[in-house]
Design a binder for this molecule. Sequence first.
Ligand SMILES: [Zn+2]
Length: 149
Amino acid sequence: MDRISAERRSALMARVRAKHTRTELVVRRLVYALGYRYRLHAADLPGKPDIVFRSRKKVIFVHGCFWHGHDGCARPPVSRPDYWLPKLARNRARDAAAQEALKERGWSVAVVWQCELRNDPALLAARLTKYLGPPAHAERGPTDTAFSA
Ligand SMILES: [Zn+2]
């Protein structure tokens, strides 16, 4: 295996992960500021949803537009399409299967796209408030203090 290209690849992946985390962090901050309390990355749920509201049985996935193939938003990859297109199609299929499995278990699912934050955060806030319903401070739990803005 070519060591340099492996290192480059891992540096690239680290950057991608950091970018994803930043988007997710901004959404978490927004949801928190709106008065909701949540848990993160529920490993027991299909697709490990990013933000979980157990008492409401609702989850939010925060999706990067490229990786998750946002319709009409993400430009198709121009280089190595034979590598990327099947990969991105698999991501979309996995997302759809996870959402379907969650709904079968009685969960509601919302997806927040990276571009929504960039385009109109106020509109996103309104959408999430409508989706989640009125915030209730009684739902605050011991794990929620882990959040710091
Ligand atoms: Zn998008």
